[in-house]
Design a protein around this ligand. Structure first.
Ligand SMILES: [Zn+2]
Length: 183
């Protein structure tokens, strides 16, 4: 999968759906020993070119990659994921903050989309610690909720990873509505 278009399209969709702000979030796709990743500091609704990062030495070609490029690299080193997408799912972040249970097996759509949901505690964006913790969880979970931050999903392509992030947001919305209705 060396096509940049799905990565660029997924970022537009995340922005349109309010799951990232115009300069946040990132997505990548693996092609052999390199991965294509969204650049740093470019509006997510108007990405023209992706960075190409080597999995051998983490050097890149093209524009400067997202600050989370090490997280993407470590996930590709540890799993067979072909794409990794990171968004800031507002409802999932809030539901986690409120301590609401988020169990994908509770609903048909989320059970179908998400195999395993893991969590990591609040950690600094772009840090080695965040990259390491998320990559560790990615060996057993295909969606990782980053408390106080957002979520990361692994997929066979960018659309599958996006679908998992949307399923997580749907699950969180139902959890928040259930809390509101029950009081
Ligand atoms: Zn982030």
């Amino acid at each position: 999968m060396c096509d940049a278009r799905p990565v660029i399209e997924v970022m537009k969709l995340l922005y349109q759906k309010g799951m990232i702000t115009v300069l946040s979030g990132n997505a990548s796709a693996r092609c052999g020993d390199v991965f294509l990743i969204t650049p740093s500091g470019v509006p997510k609704n108007d990405i023209k070119e992706l960075s190409v990062v080597s999995l051998n030495d983490l050097k890149w070609r093209g524009p400067k990659p997202s600050i989370e490029y090490k997280m993407h690299a470590l996930i590709y080193m540890k799993t067979d994921a072909r794409s990794v997408v990171h968004a800031h799912n507002p409802k999932a972040v809030l539901a986690a903050k409120l301590g609401l249970p988020l169990d994908p097996s509770e609903y048909v759509e989320t059970a179908y989309a998400i195999r395993e949901l893991a969590r990591v505690p609040p950690l600094e964006a772009g840090s080695e610690e965040l990259a390491r913790r998320v990559a560790e969880e990615s060996t057993r979970a295909d969606v990782i909720l980053l408390e106080g931050h957002g979520a990361v999903a692994l997929g066979k392509d960018p659309y599958e990873a996006l679908n998992k992030l949307e399923a997580l947001e749907y699950l969180a919305e139902l959890a928040l509505l259930e809390r509101a209705v029950r009081g």
